[in-house]
Design a protein around this ligand. Structure first.
Ligand SMILES: [Zn+2]
Length: 420
């Protein structure tokens, strides 16, 4: 992270520019010293209202795809051009793509996210793509703008979501899953209403951000929570008949420092599902799932992610045939059919699954959905949902709608399973 300030060009030049530039006297300042901030500032031209950055993440802490900065010194109505170029840092040895920079597409969405308060996020218009990167045009609403790869969702922000949900609904409680290797708290909510004994209920476990840069997946988690708190008939059924857990950020450490997480050293969270996990948060989820599986009530596990830049439909990754028993296939197939039928998000859904098998990654056996499949009761369903981030609908509202669709599908699935 760094902070670079460059003074506007000589004030005498201002007299020479057109009248539309008269409001450009303030110098621009680009900041990243905040939770989730990440940018290496390459150029700031206060006179031209132009900034160039590249993602600031350390490849040892994951793919440098994420970027987020705050720009101050703006004037309402002023145009700002932000150019983003891909990170020039090499990926570390021992990982796919080692010894060269991350492919540019991961860091350069067609539309960036912007906010005037760091909490409420909108999308820019389509940026202009060039050989070196993307340039986004923004119009200042205020003296400051946050601009990011996608809508920001840091531990501080998501903890507010959790606390607000618990404060406004007595059937919601927050919990601490564990503390990270770097001493940060990993938190979630448990949602369960009604009189049915909690010990008798099927368990639904949903978590996001095993890959830190995939901020959209936390907003899908937010959509799940919002829908579960609503008066929708299927939401009331789910919270009255199941025990639902939502953890909006797993890799709290890398999200906090603005790093990418994916393919971090020694490996990322979603390559950590072994008998000896590196990350306490993975171990903590495993311990809970083992307990519920022993009680024969692990019902649905969904790991929330964002996919590649060219994926425009949501889809599920599932454990490969080598890793799943025949008895586990019919429930999973019914689950996928039900999700498809319940889907109402503007981001379309593709029922065709992809496999996290040997061709997907050398550590394919240590991926969450595979581990959960192999350590759960035989009628449980374990999947990974990929929600596109590079579409006009990849907004906080669009992600929320995906969360609502998923949660409603889970409710309908569990209702139908009761009748199997
Ligand atoms: Zn991911």
């Amino acid at each position: 992270m760094n902070c670079l300030t460059i003074r506007a060009l000589c004030l005498s030049l201002i007299a020479c520019v057109s009248s539309s530039r008269e409001i450009t006297a303030e110098e621009l300042v680009v900041e990243t010293e905040f939770e989730g901030g990440s940018a290496r500032v390459m150029e700031v031209d206060s006179d031209k209202r132009f900034i160039r950055i590249m993602p600031g993440g350390d490849p040892e802490r994951g793919w440098p795809a994420w970027w987020c900065c705050r720009v101050t010194g703006l004037t309402t109505g002023q145009l700002l051009k932000l150019s983003v170029v891909p990170s020039s840092s090499f990926l570390p040895v021992g990982h796919p793509g080692a010894g060269k920079p991350l492919s540019a597409g991961w860091a350069l969405p067609d539309r960036a996210a912007w906010s005037t308060d760091g909490r409420n996020w909108q999308q820019t218009s389509t940026g202009e793509r060039s050989e070196i990167g993307m340039t986004y045009e923004l119009t200042a609403d205020d003296q400051q703008l946050w601009v990011a790869w996608g809508p920001l969702a840091t531990p501080s922000i998501t903890e507010t979501w959790l606390a607000d949900a618990a404060a406004s609904h007595d059937f919601v409680s927050t919990f601490e899953l564990t503390q990270t290797r770097e001493g940060r708290r990993v938190r979630g909510v448990r949602i369960a209403s009604g009189d049915m004994s909690l010990d008798a209920r099927p368990v639904v476990w949903l978590h996001a951000r095993q890959h830190a840069w995939e901020s959209g997946s936390s907003w899908v988690a937010r959509g799940i929570i919002d829908w579960l708190l609503s008066d929708a008939t299927n939401a009331v059924w789910l919270r009255s008949n199941a025990l639902v857990y939502v953890v909006p950020i797993m890799d709290v450490d890398r999200v906090s420092t603005g790093d990418g997480g994916k393919e971090a050293n020694p490996h990322d969270h979603n390559r950590d599902w072994s008998d000896t996990p590196h990350y306490p948060e993975v171990a903590a989820v495993q311990a809970r799932i083992k307990k519920w599986a022993a009680e024969n009530r692990m019902a649905v596990f969904v790991d929330l992610h964002n996919p590649g830049p060219n994926d425009k439909k949501a889809y599920f990754y599932v454990a490969p045939d080598e890793a799943i028993e025949d008895s586990q296939r019919p429930p999973r197939s019914r689950f996928l059919d039900t999700i498809e039928a319940a889907w109402h998000a503007p981001i379309p859904f593709d029922r065709n699954t992809r496999s996290t098998g040997p061709d997907y990654h050398p550590l394919w056996r240590q991926i969450s959905s595979t581990w959960v499949t192999q350590h759960s009761n035989h009628d449980s369903v374990s999947v990974c949902l990929e929600t596109p981030w590079n579409t006009p609908y990849s907004t906080t509202e669009g992600y929320g709608s995906v969360g609502a669709s998923l949660a409603e599908g889970i409710s309908l699935y569990l209702q139908s399973e009761q009748n199997q």
